[in-house]
Design a protein around this ligand. Structure first.
Ligand code: UDP
Length: 424
């Protein structure tokens, strides 16, 4: 089938280049590739934010990225993009007016993509599925006055959940949130985000050897790793606050700007000052952004990977850590409630609770066998549930259900690209 993905601010090409790649870029890129591998034709529509970008870029066999003219061809803050969605929708509708270019289904990623996709989908009679990636109601609850989203976001999301053909939520916590906002249960499918299980593996090189921070300290220090954008809600502060009682542990903080720019980053400055106040600065290292390709080696250097956000729509990093065979201690929020299996692959603690975090980490750091057992179980859980091939198959079922409701069907792909190559 021909699938159009709309991802207005998060280009899948950024994910491959490793620059500014957040969870949504990685998700859209990997899902598009996995659907193409199942024999579908995928076009990803994203806003043109670089004047040198060609209209169509072939990303991989079966996947094209289409740069849509909507607003100035330069990066714009996400919160300023709503004004350009009518132009985005007009471009989509014009492209899909040609029956030869019209997709069978549209899958919108993030609420503003949904606004453009629903408008164009209605004009061209194409069904629309919506993945929110993050919900404005949750952001508002946690960030209050600091939430810079457009004022209408929550109302628009509620309307979208009602008006699209199907919502594809990424976790059960999001399903509950959508139901509370009035969505109909049978119009919401839950399909998790996935992880590249061939890239994130337990075996392979290990970067930044554990204990490297222990200048002059006796013995080997335990290594905690956290990977996160440097924003307050990701809760790195909670880990720093747990460190004073974990005097045999060091913390590696990956993410944020490149290392050379960390000294100007407000959150990096705040976290370093806090670590200094708590007397743990010599055990905290902020390394800045690490290329996605180098992350497995960094995750493998961890005794435990820690993810303690205040809230988290899904959270791909815990899955990446689990795929590397590492136990995860995380906040009991959002997608972590589905990915981390309490007492089997990791531990969940209340968000913003350094004492609870320290206690969970203490248990794990004192027991190498437990860490190894949870790490092995984590890898198995990822292979069973979160490989992109499985996620793509579940997404395809949601597409088929929507088409079925409209009395349409699609020819099931007979062979994947890999199989067709083998057959040659
Ligand atoms: N990431 C990366 N390098 C970094 C920091 C993050 O490649 O220095 C990747 C990380 O591996 C993950 C994504 O960015 O795939 C972050 O996704 P997540 O859902 O955990 O958080 P988000 O940034 O979307 O809130």
């Amino acid at each position: 089938m021909r699938i159009a993905m709309v991802s207005e601010h998060a280009s899948p090409l950024a994910a491959l280049g490793g620059v500014d790649a957040g969870g949504q870029n990685v998700h859209v890129a990997a899902l598009a590739l996995a659907l193409a591998q199942r024999g579908h034709e995928v076009e990803v529509y994203t806003r043109r934010d670089d004047p040198r970008a060609a209209r169509r870029v072939r990303m991989a066999p079966g996947v094209e990225v289409i740069h849509v003219r909507a607003g100035p061809a330069k990066p714009l803050p996400k919160d300023d993009l709503l004004a350009w969605m009518p132009a985005f929708a007009a471009d989509l509708a014009q492209t899909w007016a040609d029956p030869g270019r019209r997709p069978d289904v549209v899958h919108a990623h993030f609420w503003m993509s949904g606004v453009a996709a629903l408008d164009a989908g209605r004009r061209c009679d194409v069904p629309v599925l919506q993945t929110f990636h993050a919900l404005g109601s949750v952001k508002r609850r946690h960030q209050g006055d600091y939430d810079t989203s457009p004022a209408d976001r929550v109302a628009i999301e509620t309307a979208l959940a009602r008006d699209v053909d199907q919502v594809v939520a990424t976790c059960s916590d999001e399903l509950s949130e959508l139901l509370a906002a009035g969505a109909e249960h049978d119009r919401v499918s839950v399909v998790p985000c996935g992880v590249d299980t061939a890239h994130f593996t337990p075996e392979g090189p290990t970067a930044l050897r554990a204990g490297a921070l222990g200048r002059g300290s006796p013995g080997r220090r335990h290594r905690l790793v956290t990977v996160s954008r440097l924003v307050e809600r990701k809760g790195v502060e909670t880990i720093v606050r747990a460190l004073p009682v974990l005097d045999d542990a060091e913390l590696l903080v990956v993410g944020g700007p490149p290392a050379a720019a960390l000294h100007r980053d407000p959150e990096a400055i705040r976290l370093s000052a806090l670590a200094d106040d708590l007397g743990v600065l010599d055990r905290v290292q902020l390394v800045g952004r690490v290329d996605h390709g180098d992350l497995p080696a960094v995750l493998r250097s961890a005794d435990v990977v820690v993810a303690t956000p205040w809230y988290e729509p899904f959270g791909i990093v815990p899955l990446e850590a689990m795929a590397c065979g590492r136990p995860v201690v995380g906040s009991a929020v959002g997608g972590l409630l589905d990915t981390v299996e309490e007492g089997v692959t990791g531990a969940l603690v209340p968000a913003r609770d350094p004492a609870a975090l320290a206690a969970a980490l203490r248990t794990l750091l004192d027991d190498r066998r437990l860490r190894e057992r949870w790490g092995r179980a984590a890898r198995v859980r990822v292979l069973e549930r979160f490989g992109w091939d499985r996620v793509a198959a579940a997404t395809e079922r949601a597409y088929a259900e929507v088409l079925g409701r409209r009395g349409r069907s699609f020819a099931a792909p007979v062979m994947t690209y890999d199989e067709s190559l083998e057959a040659m």
